[in-house]
Ligand binder design. Structure first.
Ligand SMILES: O=C(O)c1cc(=O)[nH]c(=O)n1[C@@H]1O[C@H](COP(=O)(O)O)[C@@H](O)[C@H]1O
Length: 272
């Protein structure tokens, strides 16, 4: 999907919500465990109930890999279901990959060609030749970890190397890579005070912002400093939406949580 198609969808739905599909069999409604593929049934119900409120879905692959072959099949079925039934929806494989070039090419093929995701999260630590194989795919986005939502972000990302914080070097250097127009960046919602600095370096890029909901990030704060003329933000919430209820009506309750965020987004867009 092109960036322009994503922007059009955001404007149409008045939403820049991304729902995290991080499925844990211990947290989903227990009646689903009787089904042949409980992970997929859970995702399908959440997607059917929330697709008009969200512009993107982000399964984190760890939650699927943890269940072996069945988990991987459920991931494939989920992305196929989205692509077939809701082709306007933007899909993100949260896989945090990145390796020597030769290996990154295989990761890129796995997620962009075989699974047919629109984008993948990638770690910048191994540098240019580990990221460019992902960038080589047109109409696909590579979402580079810039400043993550967790406490450990302060271990390396905010440390100065040659008098500049490492996350800033990641942003600046990545702009020089081939096909860098295919980049987006991860910035945690828990780091709202950093958005002004980040926007100075990447004013036009889309930022994937996890950490609203269960991790305590604040939507209004993030938007105050992070919005650009194309919105430029995808706000992700997983647990805060998908596990709002473990009762039979879990999908409706998830939709109620999604509406709360979407309505706040609609207000923010109207005030721009
Ligand atoms: O790349 C990510 O999406 C990500 C980056 C980051 O800095 N922090 C972060 O929480 N995430 C992911 O975003 C999701 C957050 O889920 P909730 O905290 O349940 O909303 C998880 O899948 C995390 O792995």
């Amino acid at each position: 999907m092109t960036t322009q198609e994503l922007v059009s969808q955001i404007k149409k739905k008045k939403s820049f919500l991304c729902i995290g599909l991080d499925v844990d069999l211990e947290k989903i409604p227990q009646h689903l465990l009787e089904k042949e593929d409980p992970i997929f049934e859970f995702n399908k119900a959440i997607i059917d109930a929330t697709n008009h409120l969200a512009v993107a879905y982000k399964p984190n692959t760890a939650f699927y890999e943890a269940y072996g072959i069945k988990g991987w099949q459920a991931l494939q079925k989920t992305v196929d279901y989205l692509n077939k039934n809701y082709p306007e929806i933007y899909t993100i494989a949260d896989a945090k990959r990145g390796d020597i070039g030769n290996t990154s090419t295989r990761y890129a093929k796995a997620f962009f060609e075989d699974l047919n995701f629109d984008s993948i999260t990638v770690a910048p630590y191994m540098g240019k030749d580990s990221v460019e194989p992902f960038l080589a795919f047109s109409e696909k986005h590579t979402i580079l970890l810039a400043l993550t939502s967790n406490e450990g972000a302060f271990d390396f990302q905010t440390k100065k190397v040659n008098e500049q914080e490492l996350y800033k070097t990641v942003l600046e250097t990545s702009k020089t890579w081939k096909n860098s127009e295919n980049l987006m960046y991860v910035v945690g919602a828990t780091k709202a005070e950093f958005f002004t600095e980040i926007r100075k370096i990447v004013p036009k890029s889309f930022l994937l912002v996890p950490g609203v909901g269960a991790q305590g990030g604040n939507l209004q704060e993030v938007c105050k400093y992070g919005l650009n003329e194309n919105i430029g933000l995808l706000i992700n919430s997983a647990r805060g939406i998908i596990y709002a209820s473990a009762e039979e009506n879990f999908a409706e309750t998830a939709a109620e949580k999604a509406v709360e965020l979407q309505q706040q987004m609609e207000t923010i867009i109207a005030e721009m």
